[in-house]
Unconditional design. Structure first.
Length: 517
């Protein structure tokens, strides 16, 4: 397929606690995302979703962008959609009403924009800033429970709506904005990470039946709850993967890098599934004897922290009185969702059906193997947010990103695969990076059963990857139902975001007052 099409190139930038990912994508004629470039880097200067060291964060962003453009030298990235999270994020519910100027005229999108703009007058604590205003349901006179699509074109005297307002610390928002600006990029929009993840992993059936999106990242766990076709609640839980790593480091007396590798390679969320006589042998430091770690103890540490995260999730659902009303259950995503047996633990602790959410539904064929991982759900969702803006206001949407390639998608895909493979390191390579080239492969973390017999079990890093073994579902789209599919997908993504489209200068009201270096 010719890569030259009229759709803009959208770039998502996910600034996380453990990684920074940059993905460039563009929709093809079937409405699927074709990945034009992909790059990632270890995150530095970010803790629990908040930028604490601007210089280190800029350095990590630049590495991710360089890797992205190296995967496709024809890319020219000038602007990005950026995800935002952190424990400073809060949300509140408001109600707004507006009397229509002319009751004889149909309700227009401009009337909805004015109603939304009124919500910027809502009182919020000093030092906070409104990030997003999401309409939930509308009313016209005595008619209630209307959606945005139902309202436009109707007539009435008074229009009202319930709103979900997301706020954040003004300083934290400015720090993210400065990091992106000083990296030579323009911030097209800031998007709440749970909403971006939800757009990437949800389908229309989930949106209707009601689900809770639980994005377990490196520094925070993001929660988005949907019920009756609308967003009901968002929350950011300041407990995630780094907390598990710290628990392992302190509980077992190992290095942080060793704790992280044990979590990824041998970690499981259910301690009862771990063999009681299985031990993990890690190399000793500076001539010390190798150390043996009980796999049972490792699983117990992980399970305790995961249960704490699930308790927070259930607390929010009970506050909404939705713990028994989400027929779609819980969708786990993010890098932390790759722990073994986490689905079973979640179903046991919450009583809700659970599955792993992966962003493969919106990806064109050929890219699922590389990006069909929950850790990239937020980044894919940011691209979808960009296309939501473009499709709702395509006449005014101007993208500064370009792709000057003249080859076909297979050539771009091949370049992308080569770049993505550089991030897939074997356990031997990971340990050699930490302990040097003198590291002996036989000292790699090996799980053996304590008995008089010869060791019978050796856990493999690849076998612990739940998603390398999962089939990729592909569907054929016929010409007859192509228009219907595209319209349904566009409406679905628009319903998830459903945010302000008009230009409002409130968002970074004080940025222009200060000169950025």
């Amino acid at each position: 397929m010719n890569m030259q099409n009229e759709n803009p190139v959208i770039v998502g930038l996910d600034i996380g606690t453990t990684k920074i990912a940059a993905i460039a994508g563009r929709k093809n004629k079937f409405g699927k995302l074709e990945i034009l470039g992909f790059g990632r880097a270890d995150s530095s200067g970010v803790n629990h979703g908040m930028v604490l060291n601007i210089e280190e964060c800029i350095r990590s962003i630049n590495i991710a962008l360089e890797n992205c453009m190296e995967s496709n030298p024809n890319l020219n990235i000038k602007e990005v959609y950026v995800g935002i999270a952190g424990h400073h994020i809060k949300s509140l519910q408001t109600r707004g009403d507006r009397v229509l100027a002319n009751i004889e005229e149909e309700i227009r999108k401009e009337d909805i924009d004015s109603l939304i703009k009124d919500q910027y007058k809502t009182y919020i604590p000093t030092g906070d800033q409104i990030i997003d205003i999401i309409p939930q349901d509308f009313t016209i006179d005595t008619l209630t429970g209307l959606t945005l699509q139902n309202v436009i074109g109707m007539t009435g005297i008074k229009i009202g709506a319930n709103f979900h307002i997301v706020t954040g610390d003004k300083s934290a928002i400015k720090n993210i904005y400065r990091c992106v600006t000083r990296s030579g990029l323009a911030t097209k929009d800031l998007v709440l990470q749970p909403l971006a993840s939800a757009a990437a992993v949800m389908c229309a059936e989930d949106f209707e039946s009601g689900v809770a999106i639980v994005d377990i990242g490196g520094g925070t766990t993001d929660l988005a709850v949907f019920h009756e076709g609308m967003l009901k609640h968002t929350a950011v839980i300041p407990i995630a993967g780094v907390n598990i790593t710290n628990d392992i480091r302190l509980g077992l007396g190992v290095l942080r890098s060793q704790a992280e590798q044990m979590k990824v390679q041998f970690g499981m969320a259910l301690a009862e599934e771990a063999k009681p006589n299985a031990f993990i042998t890690i190399p000793g430091l500076k001539g010390q004897q190798p150390k043996e770690i009980s796999a049972k103890n490792l699983a117990n540490i992980i399970q305790c922290r995961m249960e704490e995260i699930l308790e927070y999730v259930m607390y929010h659902l009970k506050q909404l009185n939705l713990q028994d009303k989400l027929h779609g259950g819980i969708i786990l995503t993010g890098g932390g969702s790759q722990l073994k047996h986490l689905i079973q633990l979640t179903e046991y602790r919450t009583g809700l059906p659970t599955r792993i959410g992966m962003p493969n539904e919106h990806l064109a064929s050929g890219y699922a193997n590389e990006l069909m991982k929950p850790m990239y759900a937020t980044c894919i969702g940011l691209i979808l947010r960009g296309y939501d803006d473009y499709e709702s206001n395509c006449l005014r949407f101007i993208s500064g990103n370009t792709d000057e390639s003249t080859g076909n998608s297979e050539e771009v895909q091949g370049s992308f695969v080569n770049m993505a493979q550089t991030y897939e390191l074997s356990p031997e390579e990971l340990l050699k990076q930490e302990f040097g080239e003198d590291f002996i492969p036989r000292q790699e973390a090996i799980v053996t059963e304590q008995s008089n017999e010869t060791p019978v079990a050796e856990l493999d890093f690849q076998s612990s990857d739940l998603f390398n073994q999962m089939p990729v579902q592909q569907s054929e789209i016929s010409k007859e139902n192509l228009a219907e599919k595209l319209q349904s997908r566009t409406k679905h993504i628009g319903n998830i975001f459903n945010t302000v489209k008009s230009k409002v200068i409130w968002w970074f009201e004080n940025v222009e007052d200060e000169k950025l270096d």
